[in-house]
Design a protein around this ligand. Sequence first.
Ligand SMILES: Nc1ncnc2c1ncn2[C@@H]1O[C@H](COP(=O)(O)OP(=O)(O)OP(=O)(O)O)[C@@H](O)[C@H]1O
Ligand SMILES: [Mg+2]
Length: 225
Amino acid sequence: MISVAGVTKFYERARVLDQIHLELGKGEFLYLLGGTGAGKSTLLRILSTEELPDAGTVSLFGYDLATVSGTALRAIRQSIGTIPQDIRLIPDFSVLDNVALSVSLGGRRALPAQARSRINDLLERLGLGPRRDQMAMTLSRGEAQRVAVARALARCPELILADEPTGAQDRDSAWGLMDLFLKANLTGAAVILATHDREIVRRVRKRCAVLKSGRLLLEESLCTY
Ligand SMILES: Nc1ncnc2c1ncn2[C@@H]1O[C@H](COP(=O)(O)OP(=O)(O)OP(=O)(O)O)[C@@H](O)[C@H]1O
Ligand SMILES: [Mg+2]
């Protein structure tokens, strides 16, 4: 599903990622760890096809991103649910419209019944039911972050790239989000979760990858974060 080989990324002269190798299969779950500034978000932006590496190759769903056609790239993007660290909601759209747009470009009016009920269910589970018609710009950071999770999960992605999705949550909400990621994972989605949340990493044991000085160290079994 994801195959990364020799990926290197510079910002100006600084080497942020240095010869990264990573393989992730269908339905796998991986924590992405590392101190602040280690390059977690940069790697996730490359995996979500938002940025290109300066060297190395990235293949997603069997397609090399350097040579993929526009049509295949659109299909790849449709299969990925991204929760960016900076959230990025459309500020003057409602919660429901922000989520609906990720499923259908026609917004809430063009939603098939099944997607509509899935979105309503996600908003309820995320405690956003009462907020569905509220403008995104008026949400608290924690609420906005949960909308970003609903937006990513609404399209039933095969790959979830979550960048510190529990960073602005209280403990109960953080575990609620984790529950949704684990359920998606159980039904076949691959998940990469960048996090500083030690409690979650300690209590839900998964494979870990740690970024340090631009290098990625894989810890295949339990990780001692
Ligand atoms: N667009 C950019 N231009 C210049 N430098 C950048 C850019 N984006 C990131 N960087 C730098 O790259 C390094 C890695 O940043 P990144 O955001 O990937 O780290 P991170 O591991 O996600 O950190 P955090 O845990 O704080 O989110 C940092 O030193 C950052 O300043
Ligand atoms: Mg980051």
